[in-house]
Design a binder for this molecule. Structure first.
Ligand code: CA
Ligand code: CA
Ligand code: CA
Ligand code: CA
Length: 442
């Protein structure tokens, strides 16, 4: 009710604006894909010549919480070649090797000198608790793999959601930095920040039985989503990890005094917010376009969901992180026998290339819009900044798609056909559908 009322007000306000930019993209239609969950689209790296639409691949995770067999991962090559013809898309099964695959992430080209993907997996729900870190060479069709770099996990069923690539041991190659959790039958949930040591081999000779050597950095902190950023204090730059800690229900900032994460004695902690509830995901970007990065999180306090932003102060150790509420009144649908939450992952984007590149009369730049999965409220949203004033943190909350079912998955956003207008694919998990949109005029 509250959200609906708010939407009416915002819609009325929107009409009063004389902006040429429409907040919502044009719906292109949909294609069925049962249990479509995590969705991403990446440009194949290493080929800069062919048509961009040809080089985009859509990757989709699906999972069935009840069926004990591993779940299917899908892909669609050449996403931008027939983007508007969504009803005719024919997605291919990549494999069925993982339990509850999560987000497919692109690996920086320099890690393996090829276009590669890492697919995390595992979740709380038995029998889907044993996660993997599967890497693929995405140049080949189908992708070569998977090679599970977390193959040393034998006894504990760790769930993985994000990997960052960073040279942790200083030997010149990028290692896999990840967070994971494991819920034993008895006792508290275990959480670990871990790095897996890159053996420096080509991607296809990853040791199949042992994966990569694992090193635990820290226990009982980061568990699902985290980001790595450099921040300054007193003129000095520090390597920082910002973690949205799902189980501890807090937003934390860790910084290293000597830049070595293997040396936890030299790591200091700043609790940024311990009142937010379950933090789902976070994104670091200059959302208000004042020239400084901000931290955006989605969080659920067991009753309502919110999107919050935190401005990072000039001196991150002594300064104040000013908090803003960008959107609220997200209400989760009930999941029988499960725990629901809302909203899910956020991501900034610009509706068009021209909008992104526009310089405002005062010299400032346009603020990005924010695409947001509602997760267990069954909707996807677009948060539109009300103004381009950096001191104004109000957003219009638009429903992009209401699946009218329990849960939605994630989305992919980018200019998939290279026409200058942003395109979106989002997943309805319960509705078993992929929905396509574009900001291009008809
Ligand atoms: Ca290394
Ligand atoms: Ca190494
Ligand atoms: Ca900012
Ligand atoms: Ca486009």
């Amino acid at each position: 009710m509250g959200a609906f009322f708010q939407l009416c007000i915002f819609s009325a306000g929107l009409l009063a604006l004389t902006s040429a930019q429409s907040a919502l993209p044009r719906a292109l239609g949909s294609v069925p894909l049962p249990a479509a969950a995590f969705v991403e689209a990446y440009v194949d790296q290493g080929d800069e010549t062919s048509f961009i639409g040809e080089r985009y691949t859509l990757y989709v995770s699906t999972f069935n919480p009840i069926n004990p067999t591993p779940d299917a991962k899908y892909m669609l090559r050449g996403l931008g070649t027939n983007f508007t013809g969504v009803a005719n898309w024919e997605l291919q099964v990549i494999d069925r090797t993982a339990q509850w695959p999560n987000n497919p992430d692109q690996i920086p080209f320099e890690v393996f000198n090829t276009s590669a993907i890492i697919w995390t997996s595992g979740f709380l729900v038995p029998p889907k608790t044993h996660g993997r870190l599967e890497i693929y060479d995405a140049r080949t069709n189908p992708p070569t793999g998977p090679f599970n770099i977390a193959a040393l996990d034998r006894n504990n069923d760790w769930s993985y959601h994000r990997v960052l690539w960073k040279d942790i041991d200083g030997d010149g190659d990028l290692d896999a930095l990840t967070a994971r959790f494991y819920k034993p039958i008895l006792g508290a949930t275990k959480k670990q920040l871990v790095w897996l040591e890159n053996p420096g081999l080509p991607i296809d000779i990853t040791p199949i039985l042992t994966g990569w050597v694992q090193h635990i950095i820290h226990e009982d902190g980061p568990d699902v989503h985290f980001r790595n950023i450099k921040l300054t204090s007193g003129g000095q730059e520090y390597d920082c990890i910002v973690a949205a800690e799902f189980f501890n229900e807090r937003l934390m900032l860790y910084y290293s005094l000597n830049g070595k994460w293997t040396d936890w004695d030299q790591v200091r902690t700043i609790p940024l917010d311990t009142t937010v509830g379950q933090t789902f995901d976070l994104y670091v970007y200059d959302f208000n376009k004042d020239g400084k990065d901000d931290i955006l999180i989605s969080a659920y306090n067991h009753t309502r969901g919110h999107v919050f932003a935190y401005e990072i102060p000039e001196n991150f150790i002594s300064g104040q992180f000013v908090k803003h509420t960008l959107a609220d009144e997200f209400i989760a649908n009930t999941i029988i026998g499960g725990q629901a939450m809302t909203p899910g992952s956020p991501k900034p984007f610009y509706p068009t290339k021209a909008y992104e590149e526009e310089t405002l009369p005062g010299g400032g730049k346009r603020k990005p819009y924010i695409l947001l999965s509602g997760d267990d409220d069954g909707r996807h949203y677009i948060l539109e900044p009300v103004s381009d004033d950096p001191t104004d943190w109000t957003y219009n909350k638009h429903i992009l798609v209401d699946t009218e079912r329990t849960t939605v998955g994630k989305f992919a956003v980018g200019d998939f056909d290279g026409d200058g207008y942003t395109d979106i694919v989002c997943a309805g998990y319960t509705s078993g559908t992929l929905y396509a949109f574009t900001y291009a005029p008809e």
